[in-house]
Design a protein around this ligand. Structure first.
Ligand SMILES: [Zn+2]
Length: 263
C-alpha cells in the first residue's frame, strides 16, 4: 500500500440514508416505550411537513408518532419533559427559541445529551409573516445563532440541524422559499393538544388521545414550557406504550461525510 493510497480521502454516505433503527439496547428499562426508528429528513425531499399547514407530512406508518416540543428551553418544565422522555427511552425534537436558549445553555446541552433533535423557532417568537421580511430573516438567523452558540459555542447561522418551525406557523411563500434554498426543512404539525390554552393535565391528556385516535399517526406538537404538558407527558407516553404506538425520531439527513485520514 503506497502513501498516496493511504492519504486518499474516503467518502462514505451516512448510514442514515432513509431510515435506520434506533439504538434501543441501551435503555435500562426493558419494557419502556423506546424509539422505534429514525427518519432522516432533508429539505430536498421534505421541504415542508405537517398537514396542519402543508399538503405533505413525514412518511409515517400507522400508529407512528413524532414528538415535538416548542418554545423552550424553560427550566424547570423542560427538565420534567426530559425526565419523562428518558423514563420511556424515547427521543423527541425540541424547537428552541433563541433568547431562552442563550439564557439557559445548560438546558440546551441537557436536551442534546438526552439524544434529542434540536430544531429552531426564531429569536423571540414574533409573527414572522407580519413584519418586514428583512426583520423576519434577522429573527430566524439570530435564533439559529443563539441555539448554535448554546450548543457548540459558535454563533453560526448555518444550523447543525436544519429544521425550523415558524412561530404560530405564520410563514410567507417568500420565507418558505428562502428556507428551502438554505436547505432547511420547515416543520408544521399533524396534530396538537392545544396546550397553549389553560387546561388541566387530565383535560390535555384526554384531548390529545382523542385527536390521536382520529389521526392514528403524525407529528405531534406540544410545548415544554407548559406545566400542564410536562405533568401530562408521563401518562401520555404510558398510553402510547400500552396501545401499541411507536415513537419515531427525526434527524437531519447527513451530507457526504469525509473521513479522510493522514498516515
Ligand atoms: Zn412556538
Amino acid at each position: 500500500m503506497n502513501c498516496s493510497t493511504l492519504v486518499a480521502s474516503l467518502f462514505v454516505l451516512a448510514v442514515l440514508g432513509g431510515t435506520a433503527q434506533a439504538a434501543t439496547t441501551d435503555c435500562p428499562r426493558k419494557d419502556a416505550l423506546g424509539t422505534s426508528r429514525v427518519i432522516a429528513v432533508d429539505a430536498a425531499t421534505y421541504p415542508r411537513v405537517g398537514l396542519k399547514s402543508f399538503p405533505q407530512s413525514l412518511p409515517l406508518r400507522d400508529k407512528e408518532v413524532v414528538l415535538t416540543f416548542d418554545d423552550g428551553p424553560w427550566p424547570p418544565t423542560t427538565k420534567k419533559v426530559l425526565a419523562a422522555l428518558a423514563q420511556e427511552c424515547v427521543h423527541a425534537t425540541f424547537f428552541l427559541i433563541g433568547k431562552p436558549a442563550s439564557e439557559h445553555p445548560d438546558i440546551v446541552k441537557l436536551i442534546e445529551a438526552g439524544g434529542h433533535t434540536i430544531g429552531h423557532h426564531s429569536w423571540s417568537h414574533p409573527d414572522l409573516a407580519h413584519m418586514p421580511e428583512s426583520d423576519a430573516i434577522s429573527q430566524i438567523d439570530r435564533g439559529i445563532a443563539a441555539d448554535e452558540k448554546a450548543l457548540h459555542g459558535t454563533a453560526t447561522t448555518t444550523p447543525s440541524t436544519p429544521f425550523f418551525r415558524f412561530p404560530g406557523f405564520q410563514s410567507t411563500p417568500a420565507l418558505l422559499d428562502l428556507m428551502q434554498s438554505r436547505g432547511i426543512s420547515v416543520f408544521g404539525a399533524d396534530l396538537w393538544a392545544s396546550d397553549w390554552h389553560e387546561m388541566s393535565s387530565k383535560q390535555e391528556l384526554e384531548l390529545l388521545i382523542r385527536r390521536l385516535k382520529e389521526a392514528r399517526k403524525g407529528i405531534i406538537l406540544l410545548h415544554d414550557p407548559k406545566a400542564h404538558t410536562a405533568a401530562m407527558l408521563p401518562a401520555f407516553l404510558r398510553y402510547l406504550r400500552e396501545n401499541d404506538y411507536h415513537v419515531v425520531q427525526v434527524v437531519p439527513k447527513q451530507a457526504t461525510v469525509d473521513i479522510s485520514r493522514t498516515p
